[in-house]
Every structure is written in C-alpha cells, then in structure tokens.
Design a protein around this ligand. Structure first.
Ligand code: FE
Ligand code: FE
Ligand code: ZN
Length: 273
C-alpha cells in the first residue's frame, strides 16, 4: 500500500487535518507539533485526537508524522538552548500519547563548532532524557543536507546517535530526498546503491518515513532548499522511483514542497500513478 501525503497546517486540529488529507488524495500527513519557530503548544482536545485515531483504525489513514519545531537544537552549546530542546521534546512526546502509534520527527541539530562527535553525544543524551519506557511514539532522526554544522548529513552520524540510545526500540530514521541529495548521495542515478548504503550503515528496518522533495540545488550542495516535484535537480522520474520502490512499501511518504493544497493534490495524483 502506498501512503502518500503532505505537510498540513495543524491550526484546526487533528480531525481537520485528516479530512483535509483525504480531500487532496492523501492517506497520511505531517504537521508541526507547535509553531515551527518554537513556543507554547495549544492544549490537545482528547475528542479531536480520538477522531483521528478512529480514521487510522478504520484504515482510512495510515501512520502520520509529527514534526518538531526546527529551532530546536539538541546539541546546542548553550545550556538554555539545550533545556528548550529537552522541554519541547518531552512535552511533544507526552502530547503524542493522545495519538499513539505515530512518529515524531526532528532535525538532530547543529553542533555550532563543537564538532560532529560532541554533537552526536549531546543529541543522544537529550533523547535519553526525554524518551521513556512504554512510549507509543517512534522518534525519527531526519537525514540532513549537511548545511553549516548540521549533524545528520551522513548516515554514519545518525548511526552514532542510535548506538548511544537508551531506548533504541523507539527510534527510527526519516529520509528526506532533498536533504540526502544535497548531502551528496546519488538518489538520481543510483537509488539502489544509496538504499544499500543506508542498510549497511543504519539498517533499512530503521527507516520509518520519507520526505519526498525535489531540490533547487545540485547533488552535494549542502543547501536544503526544497523544490516542487519535477521542477528541481532530482526530477520527477527519480522521485517516482523512490515512491514506488519495493523496499519502501508501506512507509509514510510526505511532500514538503513549496505548494498550497491544490499543488499538493496535483503532486500526489502524479506520483501515485
Ligand atoms: Fe524536516
Ligand atoms: Fe524534511
Ligand atoms: Zn529541508
């Protein structure tokens, strides 16, 4: 089964996102747990959360992906910023228990000069503090473009975080096509090779979601600028091959392209066939 959707606004709640997803031909979606630049999250309405769970239980919708605010930096240098990351992730994981069985994706962080090794240690330490025994959410490390001092531009860096995790059973990876392309991985002419590399370094069983984006920049540019499907350097054919790859069947695939709903509906329709 193909689970394809896009990033949606969470302003009207869970059930509204579910209905919006279905209205544009999606059967999964992603949303920010709070303002992407951080700040307090709205209180969760348990009835609204239950309505979404019902749509998932009856098979209308597959697993969905929550996305942490991107200001969160779990390997920051300053204690104040680290504490914000801990508080936000801990709160988000508590809130996700209202919609159990889904994923919570975050950008590992930027080491801001401390070095990759120190960054990996700090990110693992934050995860070990905020994750808890019995949680029903899978926490996903997103593959990054390697922009600036980002951690996660190489599969080995994510492996390093997984190796230090106290709760590896609740951890996975979200592969972003724009990010890995910008990071230097050749998904255009060697998708099988990149997946084999992912399997060797991380293990394909850890891959729990994908972000399907074209890129404004050439492979290895380390930029992270998303483009509409087929309008960028990756191209429609290569992205179609990702979406329909037999090794990726059943994973939630989320578009994060610069689009409004009608643009997403069009991309979903074109990628489905
Ligand atoms: Fe992201
Ligand atoms: Fe992404
Ligand atoms: Zn991105």
């Amino acid at each position: 089964m193909l689970y394809l959707g896009c990033h949606l606004s969470s302003s009207k709640g869970f059930a509204a996102m579910g209905r919006t997803a279905l209205s544009i031909g999606a059967n999964t979606f992603q949303f920010f747990t709070r303002n992407p630049r951080g700040g307090a999250a709205k209180a969760i309405d348990p009835e609204d959360a239950a309505a979404l769970c019902a749509m998932q239980e009856n098979g209308t919708l597959g697993r969905i992906v929550a996305h942490a605010p991107y200001t969160l930096n779990a390997c920051a240098k300053e204690e104040k910023t680290l504490e914000f990351a801990r508080q936000t992730m801990a709160d988000d994981l508590r809130r996700m228990e209202y919609v159990p069985g889904n994923s919570y994706n975050f950008h590992p962080g930027s080491h801001v000069g401390q070095g990759i090794a120190a960054g990996v240690e700090k990110i693992a330490a934050v995860l070990n503090e905020v994750m808890f025994d019995g949680q029903r959410t899978t926490v996903l490390l997103e593959t990054m473009a390697g922009k600036g001092s980002e951690v996660g531009g190489r599969f080995e860096e994510l492996r390093g975080i997984l190796d230090r995790a106290k709760y590896p059973q609740y951890l996975g990876v979200c592969l972003d096509t724009c990010h890995v392309h910008d990071g230097g991985y050749d998904i255009v002419s060697d998708l099988d090779g990149v997946l084999a590399e992912f399997d060797r370094v991380i293990g394909l069983d850890r891959l729990k979601a994908l972000h399907i984006n074209d890129s404004k920049n050439p492979r290895g540019a380390h930029k992270d600028r998303h483009e509409k499907i087929g309008m960028g350097e990756i191209g429609f054919e290569a992205l179609w091959r990702v979406v329909h790859h037999p090794a990726l069947t059943g994973l939630p695939m989320i578009l994060e392209t610069p689009n409004e709903l009608d643009g997403y509906a069009d991309e979903i329709a074109r990628l489905r066939v």
